[in-house]
Design a protein around this ligand. Structure first.
Ligand SMILES: Cc1cc2nc3c(=O)[nH]c(=O)nc-3n(C[C@H](O)[C@H](O)[C@H](O)COP(=O)(O)O)c2cc1C
Length: 210
């Protein structure tokens, strides 16, 4: 097979195209933070993953805004407040989550804007999203910044200090994919449903499976 090869030293949009076209389906973290005036900020991020089980650490990676080179409100809030909540995107809330990605002026409440409901957290000031069946309350751990120009990313990690799960999506203490119905992100305008789950036995019996 002959492959087409590309350099990565051109415009960021060229690289971005390959990131979102190759790393998929991507789970979507819907991050809620508190603005300086106490109002709520909400934004989805698909550059998102789990890092560690104990301590329980998750990471996501917001980029510098392409339109004006500014940092996203989520990043500004986390730097100041040192906490955030990870909510999840599902088949029930994806349209409103997409609306919450609108780049509003700082301080405008994206819960209000998208018709979503904030509820109090137990250990952090940032609100939880009532329309998400799972919430991770997080204390900020680290930020690694890879640049200051449009398209450059930062890696933000948080320690999950409290987990909330709607019991209706659990069986025997485990979240069931078919009940959770998370939605993922693809390239361009592509999104993914998770309604064609299949099972495959793990081969390494020595690995922890529970
Ligand atoms: C499904 C989805 C996933 C997104 N993922 C990312 C991402 O991984 N990184 C990023 O910088 N922006 C991402 N965005 C765009 C942000 O959500 C958008 O810039 C948002 O307005 C940022 O909000 P903030 O300024 O309140 O932080 C995504 C948008 C959508 C709809």
């Amino acid at each position: 097979m002959s492959y087409q090869s590309f350099d990565t030293n051109g415009a960021f949009a060229e690289n971005y195209k390959f990131l979102i076209g190759s790393i998929l389906p991507r789970p979507i973290a819907v991050i809620s933070t508190r603005n300086i005036d106490g109002s709520n900020n909400l934004a989805p991020f698909s550059f998102f993953t789990a890092i560690s089980a104990k301590p329980m650490i998750v990471a996501f990676a917001p980029m510098i805004r392409s339109k004006d080179g500014s940092r996203k409100d989520t990043v500004i809030n986390i730097e100041r407040e040192k906490e955030f909540v990870v909510n999840f995107c599902t088949i029930q809330n994806f349209e409103k989550v997409n609306q919450a990605s609108t780049e509003l002026p700082y301080g405008e409440d994206e819960f209000d804007f998208a018709g979503l409901t904030p509820i109090d957290s137990l250990l952090v000031k940032a609100k939880r999203l009532a329309q998400s069946p799972v919430h991770f309350e997080c204390k900020f751990r680290d930020m690694l910044c890879y640049g200051t120009t449009p398209g450059s990313g930062s890696l933000i990690t948080g320690e999950v200090v409290k987990i909330h799960v709607d019991p209706s999506i659990m069986k025997e203490g485990k979240i069931q994919t078919q009940l959770f119905q998370p939605v993922g992100r693809g390239a361009g305008n592509d999104w993914f449903k998770t309604d064609s789950v299949f099972e495959l036995e793990r081969l390494m019996k020595t690995q922890i499976q529970k």
